[in-house]
Design a protein around this ligand. Structure first.
Ligand SMILES: [Zn+2]
Length: 695
């Protein structure tokens, strides 16, 4: 990056307003962006930091339906929760907006209109699945059916999670709506498509050639493989009533697709923040645009959104997209549905006054180049041995010694000659190391390597401890006050440097150290020099430090960690109990003759229908090889009738007939219950047609 920019626009991924924030979100996008922005602000640069809630899309609509509230009430709840949590955690956005605001509707509609007027969009009518009961067109994710490749019965309309095949909804056999469970119907509908394919050669030039060296390899690699697979036009509108209406006549009931409108949310938030002054943050080529995201958002921020910006024509493009990989928890994927997560609002409740501790640990293990694992033991260990043992301990020792030997006043350096050459040389060595660490920290911050940057910041404290250990002022003070003054003056210089250097990473701690140093204006002026040129912060002689320094960090006791681990175990067990079929006790023993009395055969379902007034029973006509007969089966909540047609089943054919709901059943279909309570059909593992006997 040789280009000189005048200002920077930093965006952090818009979190989706359908649940609370967990530490994976924080480690992925918000903490790295917050560190970076704080760093730029400290350097005195012109930077804006924008974010907000992403509030559209079918998942919001369905979430609201499940909770029995309107989409508006649903997003209001989660927007407020996320906004509060970000604020409590101290993420320093300049604005945290939301995509359901009028200013966003207007911005997104203007954007659409601009590219529409240029004739870039394609208009197509196609047949899409419609859920008649719910009255909605179904997004790919909300159509479930049998995978045409592997036969898995719960494949999604976009992908089979069993064999990994990528699918389109119409390829699914026996499709049904995940919302109502009903079979959907095809209905023609008109939509607008963004021709991503037409941007392929531009993307190869701009991204694959232009950013081969300055983008992170995990980001670049994912983009490359995506482009090489070939790009296709993407629909940018949907049939829904929740979202930004398509700003065209006769487009009633159509909204912008959430992935088209969401990234425009960064622009709307900037307009809201800056008023008439917003354009320079998005349209001036001397503005640097940086997107902080997690790896699940790479394709949208590196390929689709830049192509949209390019198509519109008046916007700048992202200069870098330093996406992180995923954070795991205790060796397992963070999962909202399994509740395997550390929720940020719960952490802030359980660990009051310990925001910096979490920031520190999450940055120490940041998943910058590969997935990383958060464990509570590691959290405790890093807080206790690094924050308490290295940083907190150093600052406290310096303040206590200054109080003891110099009555809390910052001692003078003393004139040369009063200090031994050996002591002078020891300082020169430490000073060289300090300068090296500071330079490495600044370089790492510029290159989005925050893990390394924080390590180098902590090195300043490590070197401080080494300085005290090497010079032992407590042994020297009685015989040579000039030397102990020199040692503590330099130690206070390291302390003041730490107060400045730790601010992007540990803002609360930076404030505490300043307070304990009674640092006034002298520190502000020198802090600016530190961020510009990496100079050590020299404290003003003669000023006094606080008389009763507080410890910066307290050790995390074992019981706090045990509580958190127990909480996770409780969540896991609760999930397991919910999921587990209770194992029923064994039945009485039978003889082989008893068993052989049963006639169990393979059959094939010819027709299937619901039984009137019963929500449990399906009426099946089954070819048993011997005959065709009616069998009632209590599987209506697990299989739609049309799903059963043509299926191979196993059945007991010599059960005495039984009448249910006025219909006589002549046998029994065999099933097994899965952990989710769903019934599965027992079927031969290979070719065995109707009539084949089971023994
Ligand atoms: Zn499959």
């Amino acid at each position: 990056m040789s280009k000189k920019f005048k200002r920077t626009t930093v965006t952090a991924a818009l979190p989706y307003a359908n649940g609370p924030l967990h530490i994976g979100h924080i480690a992925g996008a918000y903490l790295p962006s917050d560190i970076y922005v704080r760093y730029l602000r400290l350097k005195g640069e012109d930077v804006i930091y924008v974010c907000g809630s992403d509030e559209h899309g079918v998942a919001i609509q369905i979430g609201a339906r499940k909770e029995g509230v309107t989409p508006r009430a649903f997003v209001d709840k989660y927007h407020e929760l996320m906004k509060q949590t970000f604020r409590s955690f101290g993420i320093s956005f300049d604005i945290y907006s939301r995509t359901s605001k009028p200013i966003h509707y207007q911005t997104a509609q203007d954007f659409f209109t601009n590219i529409y007027r240029k004739g870039i969009l394609r208009e197509e009518t196609s047949e899409q699945y419609f859920d008649e009961q719910e009255g909605i067109f179904l997004a790919d994710r909300y159509i479930v059916g049998t995978c045409p490749v592997c036969g898995y019965e719960r494949a999604y309309g976009d992908q089979c999670e069993k064999c990994g095949s990528s699918l389109s909804p119409k390829q699914l056999l026996n499709p049904r709506s995940a919302v109502s469970g009903k079979a959907p119907v095809l209905r023609p509908t008109r939509h607008w498509y963004f021709p991503l394919d037409e941007f392929e050669s531009w993307l190869r030039e701009w991204l694959l050639k232009g950013h081969a060296h300055d983008w992170k390899t995990n980001v670049y690699g994912q983009c490359k493989s995506w482009i090489e697979q070939g790009l296709q036009a993407r629909s940018i509108t949907r049939d829904m009533d929740w979202g930004v209406p398509v700003p065209l006549p006769d487009a009633e009931g159509k909204v912008l697709y959430v992935w088209f409108d969401a990234p425009i949310g960064y622009i709307s938030a900037t307009r809201e923040l800056k008023g008439d002054d917003w354009e320079k943050y998005w349209k001036d080529p001397e503005t640097r645009l940086i997107h902080f995201i997690g790896k699940d958002n790479i394709v949208f921020h590196c390929i689709i959104f830049p192509a949209m910006l390019k198509a519109e024509g008046s916007f700048i493009l992202p200069d870098n997209v330093p996406a992180n990989e995923f954070l795991n928890l205790e060796g397992d994927k963070i999962s909202t549905s399994r509740n395997h997560a550390v929720w940020l609002h719960e952490y802030l409740n359980d660990f009051p006054g310990r925001r910096d501790e979490l920031r520190y640990v999450l940055t120490s293990i940041a998943p910058e180049t590969k997935d990383a694992d958060f464990t509570w033991k590691d959290y405790q260990q890093r807080v206790n041995s690094e924050l308490v043992g290295i940083l907190g301990n150093f600052v406290n020792r310096v303040l206590v010694l200054t109080g003891k030997y110099f009555n809390h006043a910052i001692p003078a350096l003393g004139h040369a000659g009063a200090i031994s050459v050996r002591l002078e040389n020891t300082w020169q060595d430490i000073n060289t190391e300090l300068n090296r660490s500071i330079a490495a920290m600044l370089a790492a911050l510029d290159e989005f390597r925050f893990r390394e940057a924080q390590f180098q910041m902590m090195n300043i404290a490590r070197l401080g401890n080494k300085w005290l250990a090497d010079t032992e002022p407590w042994k020297r003070h009685a015989e040579n006050e000039a030397e102990s003054a020199f040692i503590l003056n330099r130690a206070l210089c390291i302390t003041a440097t730490l107060a400045v250097a730790c601010e992007p990473f540990l803002p609360d701690t930076a404030a505490k150290i300043r307070e304990q140093l009674n640092a006034g204006k002298w520190l502000e002026a020198k802090a600016a020099d530190f961020w510009k040129s990496g100079e050590l912060v020299v404290p003003e002689q003669g000023t006094s430090v606080q008389q009763k320094p507080q410890l910066l960090f307290l050790p995390v006791p074992d019981e706090d960690i045990e509580k958190q681990l127990a909480k996770l175990r409780k969540k896991d067990t609760a999930m397991q109990q919910n999921n587990h079929v209770s194992i029923k006790p064994a039945k009485e023993q039978v003889t082989i003759d008893d068993f052989l009395k049963l006639d169990i055969r393979v059959g094939k379902v010819l027709t299937a229908e619901r039984v009137e007034k019963s929500n449990k029973l399906l009426k099946l006509l089954v070819d048993t090889g011997l005959d065709q007969r009616i069998i009632l089966s209590g599987i209506a909540q697990h299989f739609a009738p049309e799903e059963m047609v043509g299926k191979t089943v196993t059945l007991v054919v010599n059960l005495a007939p039984r009448k249910m709901m006025g219909i006589e059943s002549q046998g029994m279909i065999l099933t097994a219950e899965g952990p989710d309570g769903k019934l599965y059909l027992l079927r031969p593992d290979g070719e065995a047609g109707p009539g084949a006997m089971i023994s």
